[in-house]
Design a protein around this ligand. Structure first.
Ligand code: NAD
Ligand code: MG
Length: 394
């Protein structure tokens, strides 16, 4: 029996996690669920799975959350604030933490789980993009088990040799990693039309149901850029070890190419419950509620190269990785500010890349040697991004 905390339980990954967990009451018990503002949904979920704690991260919703918990006779303690997120991620009773908060807000709670030596199921890619080496060093120092949930990284993990440890590419006979991406909803529209696409269109991903931020990131392919950086840190890779391949069907979730000519691919229907179940039960396999892949209904697998004019954000991210930690921390911060503004209809879709690029051009290289440095630099990059944003909106 594993005891689990789900950070970001009210989101797309959080709900998929609870779906898998609830299929296996003999294997998993829920310790805590967290959300940001959706207190009713959070409390209803906590009641269904008999969680012991709920954390409503946004303190302004705490009074309403307490009142609602009383109305429904919730048998769990209701906590609030960022410290409480870290507490439920690191509590002694917890074996496993699903890190599924979106964005930089996930950094400290995810790291708290790592530092408590938990089994950490990493969906929150932004925390690794922000703090790369510091994060991976914390995993080693605190003997945590880090399992990738992002479908591509989960696929790569499944396709690597069993005994693979970071930075052993050539020793393991691997020639490169093929990171696949669908190209999002704007793969086929005229590039000149990108300037006028709406948040609703950007969030309508052809294959995956996801939160709004990652949906926009998928449409710009910043998501693939963040995943490129995530893969480098998770598996100890250099930028040249990874090739990004467009695969619009989203059935192959990524591949590993070996020096003897073999390519191992992981496939499945595009449903996050597969990588979540793999992470939860690793090294075993459990039912995830996902339909078996029906090859008779797949007419073709197609592949292509992502075009830099259509997807400038992907190339900004690869470039930022080559520049170092400060650049990926700044890019992640700029992108969060820009995507929020696009979702609030304050800027155009194509302004996202302009803001990201301007922030990267405005910052000076700096060594980030502690998490405090990362947090301060993230705040600095956000204020540069907001200044540029104000200029665009004027
Ligand atoms: P989502 O927007 O659906 O859910 C986000 C969750 O984070 C919610 O529970 C929300 O309450 C919580 N949250 C938001 N802001 C917060 C804050 N400031 N403090 C505390 N909690 C906060 O997002 P999602 O699609 O579930 O994605 C979650 C993470 O998983 C992201 O990092 C995303 O990149 C990654 N991911 C998602 C998918 C997917 O299919 N959805 C796939 C791979 C990776
Ligand atoms: Mg992914």
């Amino acid at each position: 029996m594993q005891t689990i905390t789900v950070l970001g339980a009210t989101g797309s990954i959080g709900l998929s996690t609870l779906d898998v967990v609830n299929r296996h009451p003999d294997r998993y018990r829920v310790f805590a669920l967290t959300g940001n503002q959706q207190y009713k949904q959070l409390i209803d979920l906590a009641k269904q799975c008999a969680a012991r704690y709920v954390v409503i991260a946004d303190e302004s919703y705490y009074p309403q959350a307490i009142e609602y918990a009383g109305e429904v006779s919730l048998g769990a303690d209701v906590l609030t604030g960022s410290l409480a997120l870290q507490q439920v991620a690191s509590a002694a009773e917890v074996d496993c933490v699903m890190a599924a908060i979106v964005g930089a807000a996930g950094l400290l709670p995810t790291l708290a789980a790592v530092k408590a030596g938990k089994r950490v199921l990493l969906a929150n890619k932004e925390s690794l993009v922000m703090s790369g080496e510091l994060f991976m060093q914390a995993v080693i120092d605190h003997n945590a088990t880090l399992l990738p949930i992002d479908s591509e990284h989960n696929a790569i993990f499944q396709c690597l040799p069993q005994d693979f440890t970071r930075a052993q590419l050539t020793d393991s006979g691997i020639s490169n990693i093929l990171l696949t991406g669908s190209g999002g909803p704007f793969l086929h529209i005229q590039e000149s039309e990108l300037v006028s696409v709406t948040p609703q269109q950007a969030c309508a991903h052809p294959n995956w149901e996801m939160g709004r931020k990652i949906s926009v990131d998928s449409a710009t392919m910043m998501n693939k850029g963040l995943e490129f950086i995530e893969a480098c840190w998770l598996f100890g890779l250099q930028a040249d070890d990874i090739k990004v391949v467009l695969h619009p069907q989203s059935v192959i979730h990524s591949m590993v190419q070996y020096i003897d000519g073999s390519v191992i691919a992981q496939m499945g229907n595009p449903d996050m419950r597969t990588p979540i179940a793999y992470g939860l039960a690793y090294p075993h396999r459990i039912h995830a509620g996902v339909d078996a892949l029906d090859f008779s209904s797949i007419s073709a697998f197609t592949f292509d190269k992502p075009c830099p004019q259509r997807y400038p954000n992907l190339y900004l991210a690869i470039d930022a990785f080559k520049h170092g930690q400060y650049a990926t921390t700044a890019l992640n911060a700029a992108n969060e500010v820009a995507v929020d503004a696009f979702l609030a209809e304050q800027i155009k879709f194509t302004d996202i890349a302009s803001i990201n690029e301007s922030v990267l051009n405005s910052i000076e290289p700096v060594q980030l040697t502690s998490i405090q440095d990362v947090i301060e630099f993230d705040a600095q990059a956000r204020s540069v991004a907001r200044r540029i944003l104000t200029g665009i909106m004027a």
